[in-house]
Structures are given as C-alpha cells and as structure tokens.
Design a protein around this ligand. Structure first.
Ligand code: ATP
Ligand code: MG
Length: 420
C-alpha cells in the first residue's frame, strides 16, 4: 500500500519524461506563435465555482469531483480548466485589457472516474481560451490551433467533429421537444438521467450508459432547432474552416460533458486508441462569466488530454527524439585526477556543456562502462601523466577513437562534437 500509487494515477518516470517535455514545449510554442499567453491558476478552487460553472447536473459535478472541507470552506481539486481561468479573468479584471484575451495552460485535472486506458483520476490537459469576442472567427482559430497542433504531433488518423448546441433562446424550445421525445421512455432511463429530465434533459444525450444511449439514438437534434442567429453563426464557422482548409464533419450528436457550452461544440476524435478516442474537446461558452457573477464575457476554447495525446502519438508511430546523453563523462585515475576532474567538470558545465563524473568510487573500467550505459558521447580521461602535461585524452564513445588534446581546447572540441 505504501509503495503503490492510488488507483487512476500514473507516475511519469525519467525514462519517458522526455515525451512530456516534447509535447509541452511544442504546445507552448504553437500557442505563443498564435498569440496566446500562458495563465496559471491554483490546483483547487471553491467548490461552488465548478458547481455553477460546469453545472450541477453534469457527471463531473454529480459524481467525479474531489471535494473536501477545510476551515468551513468547501474546496475542490480542479476537474477542468475553463472555469478557473474565467474566474481569474473576472477577479483580476483582465477584461480591461485590449480584447480579445488569448490564454493557454498546461494543468493537472482530477476526476473520480472508472480508470481505463486513457481515463485516469489524475490526468493532464493542455487548454486554450479566447475571451471577449462573439465573432465565429475566434471559434475557427481555436479549432485551427487544435488541428495544427495535432498535425505537428504527427497525428493523422483523427477526425474533427463539429456541432452547434444553440443558445439559451433556442435551447429552451428544443428542451421541450426533447422532453416530449423522452417522456414515453422515462421509466427506462438510468436514475441519474431521470433526475436530469426536468432540470437538464440535454444532459441525457451525453449519458455514458449504453442502454440510455440506445434510447436517445433517434432523439431530435439541437442542430435542427437552432434560432436564426445560431444557425448563421454555425454557417460562418463552417465557411471559415473551409477557408482555412480544415476538414470537418458535422456531428449533431456532440453535446459535451459541461453545461456552459453555447453554439459551437467540437471534438477531435481518433479511432487509433480504442474507446477513449476524444483527444480534444471544446466549444463556445458565452454565459459562463455571468453565471459566475461576472460581467458578460463571451469565450471559446478547448481542453486536450495529454495522456490521450501521448497514447495517440504512439499509436500513430510518431517518433519523439530521445534526449542526447552527456557531452562528456570524465574518467579519472587516482585522487589527484579526481580533484582535477571536479574542477574541470564545473568549468565545462559553466560553459553550458552536459558533463558527468562517477561519484561511486568506481575503477576506470567501470567508469567507462557506466559512461557507456548513460549514453555519454565522449569520455575525457585524466591521470597523473595528463595532469603533468596539462592535456586530456578525449575518447569518442561511439567509434572508440581517442586523441590527446591540451586542457584549454576541451571546450571547443566538445562544442564541435555536439554540432555534428
Ligand atoms: P470523455 O467524454 O472522454 O469523458 P470529456 O467530455 O469528459 O471526455 P473534457 O471535459 O472535454 O472531456 O476534457 C477534455 C479532454 O481531456 C478530453 O478530450 C480528454 O482528452 C481529456 N480527459 C477528460 N477526462 C479524462 C480522464 N479522466 N483521463 C484522461 N484524460 C481525460
Ligand atoms: Mg468525461
């Protein structure tokens, strides 16, 4: 128990962390290129934020939150990224800056779910949000960033599915149509969905139970009940995606698992990794800020699961470059050489080189063996003779070739090797 991590959590070990570094750098890089700036919010918030933001008839709020009470305050580990970013935006009055505001983040999220491949209890998301514009061009740009990032990550077997889930205006009418459809099936719905029937019947469309999914298969679609404004917005979105050459399919079945969405809803889905195929999901949320007590601030964004991204990249055969070993491993013979080696190691590190030395008291043969195992490119050999003559032997670990060079030429020699 003490040496086993909790169910649904995963360690990232040093041997695989380079993959995380790779996608994290690539994501930050594309976001900066597209004019987004990073925002960091705390890992927990007042519980009320998620109840109001995500919606209290959603799976997340009803079943999945890690909530505890401390000093009479109810707090919750962040299950998703958008509500905290909207909270921060309102709290710090960032709407006073030039609009729109474009943010990105890289966050841990926590949901008490049934763990499976690609579904964890502690997982990670990349996300972006654009605040302050109603224009569908922002939706198209958000989708384009997701598309371009997935392309850059070598994922080809992925489909963009888009839908419109309307606005409070058309949705309230649609709800009645949907309730009329669901009423005769009410008794067969799962208990959670029964409780949603009056409060939020659209949630029933997103129920994960296979029986309920079968029951709602032929339900009327929001897309057929949009008001003029929402229909026009959807046409604009499609036209902008066409203009950017981004392929999509219209999927009237996309509802999304969070209540705050309005108009645009989209998912990037892959068939390469089995059931948990939604790598990225997002949409527009024009009333979230008001729902949280802030001013009216339209927004649009997405969340992209990093674990699912990595599994998909692996399934797509994407090769992530492994980090290089040390530029040099300093092999020493005797205590005087060890001291000389320590000074040299600090000097070379100060020059920006990656340099290592044995600190287990190994003999020369085992120092070489260890240098080889850790993937060092070169070995620098120092013994009494070398100290006397102020030279070192520089050995290419791959070819085995060895040359003697003056101490003060080591930096340039190593730099040259690195450049090759
Ligand atoms: P799903 O329908 O698969 O449960 P969701 O609609 O709950 O997904 P969002 O809340 O939109 O997902 O989160 C955005 C992305 O975060 C998902 O597309 C997925 O890649 C990732 N994600 C969500 N839940 C988990 C989880 N429990 N473990 C790992 N990744 C997750
Ligand atoms: Mg979910």
């Amino acid at each position: 128990m003490l040496t086993i991590a909790p169910k649904g959590t995963k360690d990232v070990l040093p041997d695989e962390v380079y993959k995380w570094h790779y996608v994290e750098r690539a994501f930050a890089d594309i976001c900066e290129r597209y004019g987004f700036r990073e925002i960091r919010t705390p890992d927990f918030e007042h519980t009320e934020l998620f109840k109001r933001g995500v919606g209290d008839t959603t799976d997340i709020v009803q079943k999945e939150m890690y909530t505890w009470e401390q000093a009479k305050r109810s707090l919750t580990l962040r299950p998703e990224g958008t509500s905290p970013v909207v909270r921060a935006f309102v709290e710090h009055k960032l709407y006073a800056e030039a609009q729109p505001s474009k943010y990105y983040y890289n966050i841990p999220c926590f949901r008490y779910e049934k763990p499976q491949s690609g579904r964890l209890r502690a997982f990670h998301q990349f996300g972006i949000e654009v605040f302050g514009t109603n224009n569908m061009m922002a939706d198209a740009e958000v989708i384009a960033l997701g598309h371009d990032f997935l392309q850059e990550m070598g994922i080809t077997d992925i489909e963009l599915r888009i839908n419109s889930i309307g606005c409070p205006n058309c949705r309230s009418k649609y709800r009645e149509v949907l309730k009329d459809f669901l009423r005769p099936k009410y008794d067969c719905l799962c208990d959670t969905c029964k409780s949603r029937f009056d409060r939020n019947p659209m949630r029933i469309l997103d129920c994960k139970s296979p029986e309920d999914q079968e029951l709602v298969k032929d339900a009327p679609k929001m897309l057929d009940h949009l008001c003029d404004e929402c229909r026009e917005a959807f046409e604009e979105l499609k036209a902008d995606l066409d203009a950017m050459g981004i392929p999509y399919v219209v999927d009237p079945g996309i509802v999304r698992g969070l209540d705050y969405y309005t108009k645009t809803a989209f998912e990037f889905v892959t068939t390469a990794i089995g059931a948990q195929g939604t790598v990225c999901g997002g949409g527009r949320y024009d009333h979230l800020s008001e729902e949280l007590g802030g001013p009216p601030i339209p927004g649009v964004g997405f969340g992209l699961g990093i674990e699912r991204l990595l599994i998909t990249m692996e399934a797509s055969g994407k090769e992530i470059p492994k980090p290089a070993g040390a530029d040099a491993f300093i092999v020493v013979m005797g205590d005087a050489a060890r001291k000389e080696g320590l000074a040299l190691m600090r000097k070379l590190r100060g020059e920006g080189l990656k340099v290592e030395m044995d600190d287990m008291g190994r003999n020369v043969k085992n120092q070489f063996k260890y240098a080889d195992r850790t993937g060092a490119t070169s070995a620098i050999v120092i013994g009494d003779t070398e100290i006397e003559q102020q030279v070192v032997s520089l050995k290419d670990m791959e070819s085995g070739e060895q040359v003697t060079i003056p101490m003060d030429e080591i930096v340039s020699a190593l730099m040259e090797r690195r450049g090759q």
